[in-house]
Design a binder for this molecule. Sequence first.
Ligand code: HEM
Length: 489
Amino acid sequence: MSSGFDDQPLAFLTYDVYYWLVTQILTENTRGFDLGRLLNAFGRSKDPKEPVPLAHNGMHALIELRKFLRDPKSYLFTKEAEIGPIFKMNFLGSQSVILLGPDANELVFVNREQAFMNQPAWEEQIGRYFRGGLLLRDGAEHRAHRLMMNFAFTDAALRSYVEDMQRVIKRRLDRFPTGDHPPFLLYNEIKQMTLEVASEVFLGERDVALVRKLNKAFLDIVQASGPGNINPFAIPGTLTHRGDVGRQLLEDYIDARIEKKRDSDDRDFFALLARGETRKADRFNNEELVDHLIFLMMAAHDTSTMTASTLFYYLAKNLAYQEKCRDEVFALGNGPIEYDDLDKLPLIEYGMQEALRLMPPLPYTTRRAVKDVEFEGKRIRAGENVMIAPLHTHFMPSLWTDPERFDPLRFSPERAEHKRHRFGYVPFGGGVHKCIGMRFAELEVRTLVAHALQRYRFYVPEGYELPLNFTSLPIPADGLPIRIERVKG
Ligand code: HEM
């Protein structure tokens, strides 16, 4: 780039410094001084890799963000067609490099060059309320904590959780309205159900009044931690204040019970993590335990709720497939559905996989680059946040046949579309941070859907399309109104 001042070095410098400052203010994250960027702005960089292009003019950041939040999938496909699979976007004061496609997922999840870290990127987003969670740890510390946590996800532990889950699920299913009833907001109901599962299975708490209080505290935290809440001050009456109070309440609740749990024979999550596997050295200290439990409740809650809701929505729109899933449940016999039965329901399993493809509850995820890395000939610089987007990968026509269609059998062994690329289907992430609760989530959703189909038929009106709100994690904007009929016989 010629500034027109080539024979006047100082004027040239002034122009480029001005240019650089303006672009930093309008389009860049000004978090840190970056010599590389400064040299690029001067046109003096020796870096052979191109810098990552910006998806939009800095002046339009807010408009673009609104477009993105309205329909992130279309937005990402449009930008990919215009710019390519790597570009930068501004998100209310911070900036991310967006990387699209299965190779991008592999680069970030596998992290061969150790170029990405979790803690700095996640801390920025949810650190105030979910500090110390497993996803917010890196390296050797993350490995050690994950190993200790595995103990609460063994087959024996999961069996015991499923028994507790079944109790909550049956209790709530009993209350489903049937026949002529006002629209029943299924998403809201499932949210309450998974909250109760979390209190009973994770914390082992059965006191109804206390469960209600814990659930409220938990919901306050989740709301306060959403990207829409940019207020850092805990002034009474604000979301931030409610979130802080909620976090304190959960901390106090857990802290006061740790010693009792360590001495107990309880089989809930809290008790297993508190006791540890064998030696004292293998267990979390009190502070770690509090942080892990609060994070686990969050990680388990909205994700499973959204997966079950998406599956019910598609089953209600695809009645023939719903009927086949019900037949599969009845083929198990007339008795109660046992833990081992849950792996004998392939059609429900493909349905859940398809729901997770069509609406991954974590549509994108983030990391911080701690080294310069290259992707598609472009240079991502140390210090930049990156974002990958399963929501985009799950609809790539190169990976999926007719990607917009609900077609659960694409996951059958005969078709196995999810195996076309190792990182083409990533609802649970990949690499060392791959979801530790994947099996738990599968069991919870299968338990709920199998029990529900045994008793009820689910309908939505002809032509109904679920409206989604992407302000935080995706949720149905209308609560998913559904009509329910009792299955006769
Ligand atoms: C359908 C439900 C679920 C989905 C779609 C889901 C998705 C994910 C994804 C994508 C990640 C990786 C994020 C990243 O690498 O940036 C993750 C991590 C995690 N999930 Fe899940 N999750 C679900 C349910 C659960 C449940 C039920 C639990 C706990 C019982 C759980 C606990 C965790 C934890 C602790 C991590 C962090 C793992 C680590 O950093 O090593 N998740 N989850």
